[in-house]
Design a protein around this ligand. Structure first.
Ligand SMILES: [Zn+2]
Length: 241
């Protein structure tokens, strides 16, 4: 029997989570996939459906889209007042860790955002989400092989602090994350519909809508996505007098 999962032609369905971060993540994934060749995508009220028609074309397009969003949504470019040098900095509310700088440029440690690891990670995702014996802590789906564990880069409410959720104190379970929840959660940081205001050295306020209907959620966010400021480190709220 061929061990390799057949990716092409596989139809994927992601039902609603009834969870703010993940449901916004699904709509964000829809917006990603809608701009990529080689995949047919359909957003319904309670499900995101997509079918990979051409694997190579799809993976390459998806990778390019992730890199482009990473650089334009997660990172901002700042100019150093003294040296005039321009450098990329991630927005302060983003709970992704920096990796080791590459040629003086900031990079992210998370594999789906790493230039050297992204293509392997995408291959892993689409080869391992087929049914298996493990069951996912976030969605309950069964899957063949996990590719990462539950952590703040995927689901920011995950913490070791019991009063906040304490999920990570349940050692056996937070390792059980399916290969589809991983991209839904970790790519949500690229959502340009998140409204934010950062109070440097103190805290950040983040507004993420809670609408348990994918189509309505997408329509609502579409209304403001093109009106918020882009490329701003501390807030994307437009104030007009
Ligand atoms: Zn899952």
């Amino acid at each position: 029997m061929n061990e390799e999962a057949k990716v092409e032609g596989i139809k994927v369905e992601i039902p609603i989570y009834n969870d703010v971060w993940m449901d916004n993540g699904v709509v964000n994934l829809y917006r990603f996939l809608d701009g990529v060749d080689g995949v047919n995508v359909n957003l319904k009220t309670d499900t995101l459906e997509f079918e990979i028609a051409e694997k190579e074309r799809f993976l390459k397009g998806f990778e390019d889209e992730i890199k482009q969003k990473r650089d334009s949504v997660i990172f901002v470019t700042e100019k150093d007042d003294k040296t005039g040098e321009r450098r990329n900095i991630k927005k302060d509310f983003v709970l992704l860790q920096y990796g080791k700088k590459v040629e003086g440029t900031n990079v992210l440690k998370e594999k789906i955002y790493s230039d050297s690891e992204i293509s392997e990670r995408l291959e892993q995702i689409f080869e391992n989400f087929v049914s298996g014996v493990s069951s996912c802590i976030l969605c309950g789906r069964t899957y063949r092989r996990g590719i990462d564990k539950l952590k703040q880069a995927v689901y920011p409410l995950v913490t070791k602090i019991r009063s906040l959720s304490g999920v990570r104190t349940l050692k056996e379970q937070y390792t059980e994350l399916c290969p589809l929840c991983y991209p839904v959660g970790s790519l949500e940081w690229c959502d340009d519909g998140i409204i934010y205001r950062v109070f440097p050295t103190s805290h950040s306020l983040v507004f993420i809508p809670n609408i348990c209907d994918f189509k309505k959620l997408n329509e609502s966010k579409s209304k403001w996505i093109n009106t918020v400021l882009t490329g701003e480190r501390f807030s994307n709220i437009r104030i007009e007098f």
